[in-house]
Design a protein around this ligand. Sequence first.
Ligand SMILES: Nc1ncnc2c1ncn2[C@@H]1O[C@H](COP(=O)(O)OP(=O)(O)OP(=O)(O)O)[C@@H](O)[C@H]1O
Ligand SMILES: [Mg+2]
Length: 408
Amino acid sequence: KILQQEEGNMTSVVGANQFHTMVEHIERYDELLGQLNQRHQNRPSSTTAHYEKIEVELREHGAEMMAVAEDVVAKERSSVNTMLLMSQRIPLVFLMVLLIVVIYLINFITRQMLQPLNRLMESTRRISEGDFTPITPRRRYRDEFSELAMAMNHMMNQLAYRHDLLARAQKLKAVGTLTAGVAHELNNPINNIMITACMLIEDYQILSDQERLEMAHDLLNQAERARKTVRSLLEFARESEIQTVLLQVKDLIEGTLQLAHNQIKLMNVKIDRHYTSNLPPIHGDRQQLNQVFLNIILNALDAMPEGGTLTVTASHAKEEGFIAIDFSDTGTGIPEHILPSIFDPFFTSKPLGKGTGLGLSVSLGIVQKHGGEIRVKSHVARGSTFTILLPKAKVPAQLQTKEQVQTS
Ligand SMILES: Nc1ncnc2c1ncn2[C@@H]1O[C@H](COP(=O)(O)OP(=O)(O)OP(=O)(O)O)[C@@H](O)[C@H]1O
Ligand SMILES: [Mg+2]
């Protein structure tokens, strides 16, 4: 009965076969005992010989049962041992799994944190170089990093807006500087017009038709000269959308020199030009590049209050794929201790009200936006050279026709 109750447990330890053999042995044992008892009651006179056969069988089954019982104990012991061993190993395995999970989690978290951080760091480097292209979030869902990226985009919008305001302010200041020269230059044609007009009125009767015609032409020429001067200044000062076109460096420089012509004359400065022939065009915005050249020319004029020479050179740069434009003056030069600061916004060595300190900072921003850079070499009392590097436009040679290459 007990065996049948424990059948489940027993079979799991000794196996079904062994269990059944054991049950068979016990049943047989029980049966033999029963027989022995019966014989004893029915025929108490039976001789030992009668009992012997049953006894032998009983012993056999008893021995078999003992063997099975020992086997059961041995098996149980070994299963207890295995369980003990297992119970020792389980924490180890668990620890290993935990370690792997922790390593994976650390790896996952650092990747989740470091990757966006690295991207943001890369973006800040880009922003500090003046590239205000918005950061595009990589993830679809919103997390702290995308919030930060959005905040940085907003900051860049504001920076770009303020940058534009500064550039505009700087341009107007340059226009202000030019006005003195322009006013001076306008005076001449206006004077000429007045003199010629007066002569025409006074001597109208005695002048021949031919002479009158010549004087009228003279008036027209002088008026045209005045209009050209005003127009080039207005064109430079005018607000306009950024327009990237193919430009010839020589035309650009000449246009700017024309703009500053009166100022240059006023300051008693001589211009030396050296243009390498057949320079390829560049891609850029005419007005912005004019502003850069004008800033550098005006700085050079400021550095030569007693007059001097400004040498302008346009050639192939040592750097592959770039054009170098040098503006070399014979002015005061820049002391070494202020050289690292001259491109900083609002840095100026000029008296209050004269310089805003924005010229070079704005110019550098524009040149960098065009994929170029500005370099300076200077010797105190000997002069300075500002070199502007601009990338040559990558266009097939057949496209560089007169129509595409805009001229000033
Ligand atoms: N050719 C030059 N020779 C000597 N110093 C120069 C020259 N160009 C620039 N500098 C120095 O660099 C400083 C900064 O120049 P930047 O053009 O940025 O401002 P600024 O000329 O002082 O002001 P603004 O351009 O608004 O008139 C100048 O104040 C001057 O000290
Ligand atoms: Mg300046």
